[in-house]
Design a protein around this ligand. Structure first.
Ligand SMILES: [Zn+2]
Length: 137
């Protein structure tokens, strides 16, 4: 018996995207998705919303592992024109809440995991604990 579950139900960070493909390999999942042409986005320079598309490109975003497999989302995003003639930003790349952040190749969720691991390693290095002490003979 087949079980049909929408990808967005398992991965709510993909809600609102058009899922074009899911590839499940032994060590990785790869999802190809496209943002909607109909959702206006706010310019990071002035806050003016726009949906005037300049172009599209695919960014590759690493997300938290699923079932022990790494997850990469190949996401087609829009570069939009800012519609405010007084704004110094002529174009900007749309960001998807919970999925993309400017200049990041990881989702916010994966970035928090990586940051927490880094903080833990840093604290472990800074405080001498039993792990760093030589064993008594
Ligand atoms: Zn602007």
């Amino acid at each position: 018996m087949a079980c049909v579950v929408a990808v967005e139900e398992l991965l709510p960070q993909l809600a609102g995207l058009r899922i074009e493909r899911v590839e499940a390999g032994p060590e990785a999942l790869r999802i190809t998705a496209v943002t909607s042409d109909d959702i206006p986005r706010a310019c990071p320079g002035c806050g003016q919303v726009s949906q005037w598309t300049h172009s599209r490109y695919v960014c590759h975003v690493a997300d938290e592992a699923v079932g022990g497999r790494s997850l990469v989302i190949d996401l087609s995003v829009r570069r939009l024109y800012c519609e405010n003639p007084a704004c110094p930003k002529v174009t900007f790349v749309e960001q998807v809440d919970g999925l993309t952040e400017r200049y990041q190749r990881r989702t916010p969720a994966l970035r928090r995991v990586v940051d927490a691991v880094g903080d833990g390693l840093h604290r472990q290095r800074e405080s001498p604990g039993p792990i760093h002490q030589p064993r008594p003979r």
